[in-house]
Ligand binder design. Structure first.
Ligand SMILES: [Cu+2]
Length: 73
């Protein structure tokens, strides 16, 4: 058994649903990430991780998709 943790990020630069899907695809390739759910309207993305995940890796993956993320909390 492992513990799943959740991290929330503020994302800027998104315009529509496909922006969110691009981010989800990119972030889900980060090692340890189980799922990524982006809410374009709220400008938030929630990342579920299996074990500790480096927020910087998530920020980098979002940047790879062409957007800017900032870890919350
Ligand atoms: Cu879009």
């Amino acid at each position: 058994m492992s513990t799943t943790t959740r991290r929330e990020f503020a994302v800027t630069g998104m315009h529509c649903g496909s922006c969110g899907l691009l981010i989800d695809d990119e972030v889900e390739e980060v090692p340890g990430v189980v799922s990524c759910t982006t809410d374009v309207r709220k400008g938030r993305t929630v990342v579920e991780c299996d074990g500790p995940v480096d927020p910087a890796a998530v920020v980098a993956a979002v940047a790879e998709a062409g957007y800017t993320a900032r870890p919350l909390d």
